[in-house]
Design a protein around this ligand. Structure first.
Ligand code: GH3
Ligand code: MG
Ligand code: MG
Ligand code: MG
Length: 299
């Protein structure tokens, strides 16, 4: 797959400076530009550049303020900012680094040095992005992990509270999975978990939905803006899809193939409550599904 070209935002109130930087970088990167701080912040939000080259002295909002704002916003704070400025006093450079810039280049610029520093910082940014995305994925199945689930749950709880929308949670667990491991071996157990994760992810399609491995042979499915009836339908679909995988499970007293049990809970989030009660309820309902025979959803 071809790598996407990195996006660079060039900010300078003097158009000829913008022009010079664009000329140096445009062969390797997609360039956006702004000639004032307000426009720069708009473009940071709308384009999510991979790096910002930022002038300090500009009429209106200066570069220090622009950088401070980029770093104060959790959605943009990881974008590296490099100051490019005619200001070359120790205090200016120190302040630039203190407000969160990763580097400071003084004008007049040397094109090869600008190119090299930009390339290095983009490389570091890409590595940091990769590590961050890996830290949110489950190593065995490749779907979201518990950490991503916890973060998404907090965010969706607040979002649904603002929208006065319901939030549903399905907790599910593979039936008699210890017996499966004992019978077929741990490696086959791992394969089974991968297959279950894949089919769950296939079945849950709305962009705001999230399927995650909660731990061991337990998975969760978060369904924002979904009423309990809708979530139960999804749960039945998941139960059916896993059964239809037809993974043999000779030592299961439930069925000759792998099955899951599910608990389906729904809450109307509010700003002064937290999502723990929703998880607890889903867990209780899952336990109930287990007790009443497994291979079923309780809602
Ligand atoms: P129940 O129907 O009540 O859920 O019974 P169970 O046997 O599935 O439940 P139990 O909690 O007793 O056993 C869960 C098993 O899941 C035990 C553990 O070895 C296995 N397991 C957890 N994580 C993994 C994994 O990553 N790979 C494999 N192969 N097995 C795992
Ligand atoms: Mg200027
Ligand atoms: Mg189990
Ligand atoms: Mg379990």
């Amino acid at each position: 797959m071809a790598e996407k070209r990195p996006k660079i935002l060039v900010v300078d109130d003097i158009p000829s400076n913008v022009h010079v930087l664009s000329r140096i970088l445009k062969d390797d990167y997609d360039i956006y530009f702004a000639t004032d701080g307000e426009r720069a912040l708009e473009l940071v939000q709308s384009r999510m550049p991979d790096l910002v080259l930022l002038d300090i002295m500009m009429p209106g909002m200066d570069g220090f303020e622009v950088c401070t704002r980029i770093k104060a916003d959790t959605t943009t704070r990881d974008i590296p900012v490099i100051f490019i400025s005619a200001k070359s006093e120790v205090e200016d450079e120190t302040r630039g680094l203190e407000v969160g810039a990763i580097d400071f280049i003084t004008k007049p610029i040397s094109p090869p040095i600008v190119k090299a520093r930009v390339r290095n910082h983009l490389l570091l940014k890409r590595q940091a992005d990769l590590l961050r995305s890996l830290s949110f994925l489950d190593g065995l199945t490749g779907i979201a992990n518990r950490r991503q689930f916890d973060e998404t749950m907090q965010r969706e709880w607040r979002r649904c509270a603002r929208m006065h929308a319901p939030l549903s949670l399905i907790m599910l667990d593979v039936d008699h999975f210890k017996a499966f491991n004992d019978h077929y071996g741990h490696q086959a157990g791992d394969e089974c978990l991968r297959a279950v994760a894949e089919v769950l992810a296939e079945q849950v399609k709305r962009p705001s939905d999230l399927v995650a491995r909660y731990g061991g042979e337990e998975f969760v499915c978060l369904l924002p803006e979904t009423e309990n009836e809708g979530a139960i339908l999804v749960a039945e679909r998941l139960r059916d899809a896993v059964a239809r995988l037809g993974i043999p499970h000779a030592s299961s007293p439930v069925a000759p193939h792998v099955t899951i049990s599910l608990g389906v809970a729904t809450a109307l989030p509010t700003s002064d409550t937290s999502p723990e009660s929703l998880s607890q309820l889903a867990d209780q309902l899952l336990y109930q599904a287990k007790r009443s025979g497994r291979n079923r959803a309780e809602g």
